[in-house]
Every structure is written in C-alpha cells, then in structure tokens.
Design a binder for this molecule. Structure first.
Ligand code: AMP
Length: 280
C-alpha cells in the first residue's frame, strides 16, 4: 500500500490513474479503524481499479474541543488493517496540508439539513464536514465515494454537497449499511472511549431503536420516540434526540407507507454516540 502525506503526491497519483482510465474508489475516515470502515474499503475494492483511504481528524468539524482532543488515534494499527484489507493507497495528511496558509473558508448552503438533528446539536459540524470532503475530493478525484449509513444525516449532507458543487457529475456516492458489534452496538471509533460499564450500557441505544421499529405502524411515532428517550434517560444516558424522519429527506413523515428512519444521539459520560435504523 502506498502512503502519501502531501496533497501534491496524491494529486500526481490521481492524475496518473485518471490518464490510465483507472477508477478510484475513495473512503474518507478519521482513523481508529474498525470493521465498519473496512466494509467500506471492501465495497470500494469490488467496483474500482484502485481504493484510496484517507485518515484525517478534521479539526473544523468538531464543535466540541474536548471531543477533538480525545479523538482516538491508532495510526499504526490502521495502516496494518488497511494493508490487510487490500487498500491501494492511504492519504494521511497534516492539518497544514489540508488547510494551507491563506485557506479561504466557504459557506455551504445546506438548508434545513444544517439546523435539524445533528445540525442542531453540533453547530458548524456539517460546514466542516463539507469543507474537508470537498478538499479531499479535489485531491483524490475519485469516481466513487463510500460512506456509512451510520452517519445517516452526513450522507444526505454529502449528497447535497455533490449537487451544489456540481461534483455529482463525476463522483457517485455509495451508502454502506451500518456494521454492528455482536450485541448490536453500531461500530464507532468513539466506542473505544467507553469504560466497561458504559460499553455494556451502550447497546441500549440500538435496542431502543429496535423497539421503535417493532412498534412502528402500530403506535404513534411520537409515543414510540418519547418512550425510547425516557428508557435511555432512565438507563443514565444524556439524550439529545430520538426522532423519526423520512428516509429520503429527513423531514416529518406523512404516513407509514413513506420510507422512514429513526435516529438517535445520546451520551454516556463524555462520549456521544449516534445510531439509526430504517423502519420500513
Ligand atoms: P469516521 O472515521 O467516523 O469519520 O467514519 C468514516 C466513514 O466510515 C463514514 O462514512 C462513516 O459513516 C463510516 N462508518 C463509521 N462507522 C460505521 C459503521 N459502524 N458501519 C459502516 N460505516 C461506518
């Protein structure tokens, strides 16, 4: 596996592949890789000539400085996992490489996507996500981009980013289902920060979402989400939200025939976790 740290080296690599008509599949990550990330690599490998992964803990998408400070870094283990998974290239840049001196911030018009759910609880987060993803796409120039359903709203934001920047003409977004631990907890780099007691408890999020799914169509959605929220609070979570929304737009659902998703964000101590489940 090639390892590049500069944008210049990656650009040169990407242009060479483009000239040889080789397709690049791209998996952007913040590292501390787990099997969910590796499922994205695997999906990319199946449909592209080359698979590129990036590891970059993007400071501009952290609204909570403590979360940024404590974000797990396991780069040596990550490199080994990517090699074993058959990734062709890892881009592992510094902050100065992604945001060089004089870097101009843009504003992305994300509409209501920026003010609901994660947007409401993490102001500025999706602007930072768009900033880094646009920059990475300009450097890696992939034909296919792989992201996880685990970050459901992020996938919608990136769809919008591709559309407002015109990149949807050259890059196709593929959304890969959420990988879970055997007990049901959605895999996340942040799970590493849970202590043993919190790790045991964390599974309650996916269980609560599953209960909402079981009741969907039989009971009013508002009652189901209120019960899930209460259950998590009783277990000791700080709950930001448990909400049902349309799976296409993340807007209020108009009937049980419409494709819907239940999404939750809740914290155990200082570790904030998110998860979601399609309902129908
Ligand atoms: P992150 O390193 O957390 O920024 O995640 C990098 C990519 O991996 C994003 O597209 C995530 O949605 C995806 N991802 C994270 N966790 C999972 C998971 N459990 N299953 C599938 N994809 C995931």
């Amino acid at each position: 596996m090639l390892l590049f740290k500069t944008a210049g080296d990656v650009l040169e690599f990407s242009l060479l592949q483009q000239n040889q008509q080789k397709s690049i599949g791209f998996v952007p990550t913040m590292g501390a890789l787990h099997d969910g990330h590796l499922a994205l690599i695997e999906a990319s490998k199946m449909s592209n000539d080359l698979t590129v992964c990036s590891i970059f803990v993007n400071p501009t998408q952290f609204n909570n400085p403590d979360d940024f400070k404590h974000y797990p870094i396991t780069i040596e283990k990550d490199i080994k996992a990517l090699e074993a998974a058959g990734a062709d290239m890892l881009f592992y840049p510094s902050v100065a490489e992604i945001y060089p001196a004089g870097w101009q911030k843009k504003h992305y018009d994300l509409g209501y996507l920026e003010t609901i759910l994660e947007g409401a609880f993490r102001p500025g987060h999706f602007q930072g996500v768009c900033e880094v993803v646009e920059r990475l796409l300009d450097i890696v120039m992939p034909a296919n981009l792989y992201m996880g359903q685990k970050d459901f709203q992020q996938c919608m934001v990136i769809k919008r980013l591709l559309s407002i920047t015109g990149k949807d003409q050259s890059v196709k977004l593929h959304i890969i289902p959420t990988y879970r631990e055997t007990d049901g907890l959605a895999m996340s780099s942040r799970n590493m920060r849970l202590n043993d007691a919190h790790r045991q408890l964390a599974v309650e999020i996916s269980k609560a979402l599953e209960t909402v799914k079981q009741g969907y169509g039989k009971h009013p959605g508002g009652e189901l989400t209120a019960a899930a929220k209460k259950h998590l609070e009783q277990k000791g979570f700080g709950v930001d939200y448990v909400e049902i929304a349309s799976a296409e737009e993340l807007l209020p659902v108009t009937g049980t025939k419409e494709k819907a998703v239940v999404l939750a964000a809740a914290s155990l101590g200082s570790v904030r976790l998110i998860d979601n489940l399609l309902l129908n």
